[in-house]
Design a protein around this ligand. Structure first.
Ligand code: NAD
Length: 504
């Protein structure tokens, strides 16, 4: 977590957003926000007290009845307006992402664009909230189901997609008629404040969308709050497990998405150049700080040598630099501490028995939190570099002899977020889709993030909870079902009947 610091003079403050306005924090605890490309602190963010979290929940609770009453037509119209504003200003928020996260501007625009797709999906809320109706289930009796909002719901989000991941949550939550409290990452929280102002401008009533910043204190206050009905979480696996267990033990609905170790299997028949392009893009894009990044290539049989050579040849071409420089393809890591932790996997690799083929610690530019792409060979289960989610630009290669060994590696891994297979054999690819115990599968596609009208989520330690996020499962998560059995009898046929109701 970001260290707590005394507020240095002159740094731009980031406050909470409660009831439609910016609210200065009162805890005296703040977190440092850096520009990772320069290594300098640029802002400081207030850390909320439980009372400030409560104030946000009360604002959301007060806004709920009126928000829920708004007709589906009007809510849909609002979503179209939000979509237009966000679309027109996506570069503004992308610049905020680059300044605080470090990802290159084109990637930041890509993040906003993928988030926009979720908002576009939510513009279809009249269709998404349609229910079922059965006429004459018994003589004169009809049955229909309706889906209603839960009330106040909360989202807790990670640093690596400061705009998109919150959109995965607040867009379907609001579309379904809930009001929302967001606790974004304390490392890059400004995009959430930008979003709050945009939603207000679009016409979202005050209190419908609130933001509180902070660390474990704020998260625990969310998890403990009796008026929060559901919690969506995206972050690392240990915190996801903690959030899921705490929230559900308090009777809340919870979906908690965790970390990943995504394997890309390359079979001997694959197009090696295409596989190498995919591996380099998926391992080093956004400096490897993506939960769907490929961190492990599994080279089967004689695919290994040409594949490794092709990856090695591509790595020097990756342009590492400040994300605002249009020539940069890969930016810095989020913090100095994280950069050093990622570098330690390269440092320790030889002692563990792996080979460092490309060492990204050499020649990193500037004063920022940079690390260039690294490539490790002979990485095996049991090594730290294999077992841990590194979450940086370090790609490991594991060599195996057969498809079965490759699939066993993936299935034995505790994570199950994403995976990919590269092959020209449709039969093997289909078998892989059948065999593999992972939530999102790519066939010759290295980062298979589902489009907005499917749902996103991993298996095993990558997701705690039953429902995946956004798409149809997102609508399901943010609503609860009610079934109405209805009779409008002819008074002339009414009589007392103490028998158990049966269809007639
Ligand atoms: P993180 O778990 O450190 O933080 C996520 C959120 O939890 C933040 O809001 C943070 O303030 C809060 N938090 C951190 N420590 C806490 C604690 N002890 N108690 C309560 N709350 C705490 O994750 P991160 O470093 O911000 O993000 C990177 C991680 O997120 C990676 O593991 C990545 O794989 C994962 N991630 C997963 C997905 C997915 O869809 N599965 C998507 C994006 C990121």
């Amino acid at each position: 977590m970001t260290e707590t610091i005394e507020a240095p003079a002159g740094l731009k403050p980031v406050h909470h957003w409660i009831g439609g306005r910016s609210v200065t924090g009162s805890s005296g605890r703040t977190g440092a926000i850096y520009n990772p490309a320069t290594g300098r602190q640029t802002k400081e963010v207030d850390f909320a007290t439980p009372e400030e979290v409560d104030a946000a929940v009360q604002a959301a609770k007060a806004a709920f009845p009126a928000w829920r009453e708004i007709s589906i037509a009007k809510r849909a119209e609002l979503f179209f307006r939000i979509r237009e504003l966000l679309h027109d200003r996506r570069e503004d928020v992308a610049r905020i992402l680059t300044a605080e996260h470090g990802k290159v501007l084109s990637d930041a625009i890509g993040e906003v664009t993928r988030g926009l797709e979720v908002i576009e999906f939510c513009c279809g809320l009249p269709t998404l909230l349609k229910s079922e109706y059965s006429e004459q289930v018994s003589t004169g009796i009809d049955v229909y189901s309706i889906r209603q909002p839960l009330g106040v719901v909360a989202g807790i989000t990670p640093f690596n997609f400061p705009a998109m991941v919150p959109m995965w949550m607040w867009a379907p939550a609001l579309a379904c008629g809930n009001t929302f409290v967001l606790k974004p990452s304390e490392k890059d929280p400004s995009a959430s404040m930008w979003t709050a102002e945009l939603l207000k401008e679009a016409g979202v009533p005050d209190g419908v969308f609130n933001v509180v910043h902070g660390d474990k204190v704020a998260v625990d206050a969310v998890l403990e709050h009796p008026d929060i009905a559901a919690v969506s979480f995206v972050g690392s696996t240990p915190i996801a497990r903690y959030v899921y267990e705490t929230a559900t033990s308090r009777g809340k609905r919870c979906q908690a998405l965790g970390g990943a170790k995504n394997h890309m299997i390359v079979l001997p028949d694959a197009d090696i150049d295409m596989a190498a392009d995919a591996a380099v893009s998926a391992a080093y894009g956004s400096a490897g700080e993506r939960c769907m990044a490929i961190s492990q290539v599994v080279a089967v049989g004689h695919a290994a040598e040409p594949l490794i050579e092709a990856i090695k040849a591509r790595i020097p071409m990756v342009k590492v630099g400040d994300g605002l420089d249009p020539d940069s393809e890969m930016g810095p890591l989020i913090t100095e501490a994280h950069r050093d932790r990622v570098a330690s996997y390269v440092e320790n690799a030889p002692a563990e028995g792996a080979k460092v083929l490309v060492d990204g610690r050499e020649g990193a530019p500037g004063d920022g939190f940079f690390l260039k792409p690294s490539l490790l060979d002979d990485v095996k289960p049991g090594m730290r570099a294999y077992e841990d989610e590194i979450f940086g630009p370090v790609l490991g290669v594991t060599r195996v002899d057969t498809y079965d060994e490759a699939v066993k590696l993936v299935n034995d891994n505790p994570y199950g977020n994403g995976t990919a297979i590269f092959t020209r054999d449709g039969g093997v690819a289909r078998q892989f889709q059948f065999d593999v115990e992972v939530g999102m599968v790519g066939i010759n596609v290295p980062i298979p993030v589902p489009v907005a009208y499917y749902s996103f989520g991993g298996w095993k330690a990558s997701l705690f909870g039953d429902r995946h996020i956004y798409g149809p499962e997102g609508i399901d998560f943010y609503t609860r079902g009610k079934v109405v059995t209805s009779r409008w009898p002819d008074p002339a046929t009414s009589k007392v009947d103490l028998g158990f109701p049966q269809t007639r």
